[in-house]
Design a protein around this ligand. Structure first.
Ligand code: SAM
Length: 238
């Protein structure tokens, strides 16, 4: 939990030891995802009314999407993550123990954006592969989710087309860290990007692809550097 609150609500420079700057121009990842998707919407002259953050964790991207979309739904499997996201929505901040080393921690504050944006977001627990009817969305963000679900093909082939309205956009990001813990190895693609493109292309057109690097902080002197593959897709008209 603390690792995710830090990842979502602290700036990368505040996670690093004093005097160091984040490498590769790394920014706050959930904020960067929302910015990337909203910028593409602007480029496409799409004024988003409804946005969905699938696998929203503790909710930062959902709040960022609300800067431009008047209705945002954030969904995650984890009750604890959704509880934290709802607390941030209500109280604007939460205190959490940021790990220093061993069992030592420092109490730190995670701050959410202004009330105006927070109140536009609704957080719900749910399974991305078994969603109730949520209607269609203009924007869907699935950040680092595809390699965390049991059936990645179902997410891409069935779930996403059912959620995105024609002309709407999806931002997928993933480092493609396939593990048996989350996905049976029989369902791991051999080469992730071409497989994803094959599955999505009947319903979506690829607009953009770029690396989106991020730092996950384990403790004050240990970080994991990842380069997520970020792809933006536009739902075909029919
Ligand atoms: C690697 S985290 C990414 C979180 C967030 N999108 C981000 O980029 O920081 C994957 C998230 O997906 C959630 N998740 C995993 N399987 C899910 C499922 N089937 N339905 C909904 N959420 C799921 C996890 O609880 C976790 O919060």
């Amino acid at each position: 939990m603390a690792e995710y609150l830090a990842f979502h609500y602290l700036a990368p420079k505040d996670l690093l030891p004093r005097g160091h700057v984040p490498p590769f121009g790394i920014k706050n990842f959930p904020e960067a995802c929302a910015t990337l998707l909203l910028s593409e919407a602007k480029r496409q002259q799409l004024k988003p009314l409804r946005a969905l953050d699938l696998g929203c964790a503790v909710g930062r991207s959902s709040f960022e999407l609300a800067r431009k979309a008047p209705e945002v739904v954030g969904i995650d499997f984890s009750k604890a993550f959704i509880r934290a996201a709802r607390t941030l929505r209500k109280k604007a901040s939460v205190r959490f123990p940021l790990k220093l080393e061993g069992t030592r921690t420092r109490m730190t504050t995670a701050k959410a954006p202004k009330t105006k944006y927070r109140t536009l977001v609704c957080f719900r627990t749910g399974d991305a592969l078994r969603l109730p009817d949520l209607g269609m969305f203009d924007l869907v963000l699935a950040a680092n989710l595809v390699d965390r679900v049991k059936e990645p093909k179902k997410l891409l082939q069935k779930v996403l087309p059912s959620l995105v309205r024609p002309g709407g956009l999806v931002l997928l990001t993933s480092p493609y860290t396939w593990t048996k813990e989350f996905t049976p190895s029989s369902r791991w693609p051999k080469d992730s990007f071409p497989s994803i493109r094959n599955i999505l292309s009947p319903d979506f057109r690829l607009l953009r692809r770029q690396d989106l690097p991020f730092l996950l902080r384990e403790h004050r002197r240990k970080f994991q550097l990842t380069f997520a593959d970020a792809t933006i897709w536009k739902r075909r008209s029919s």
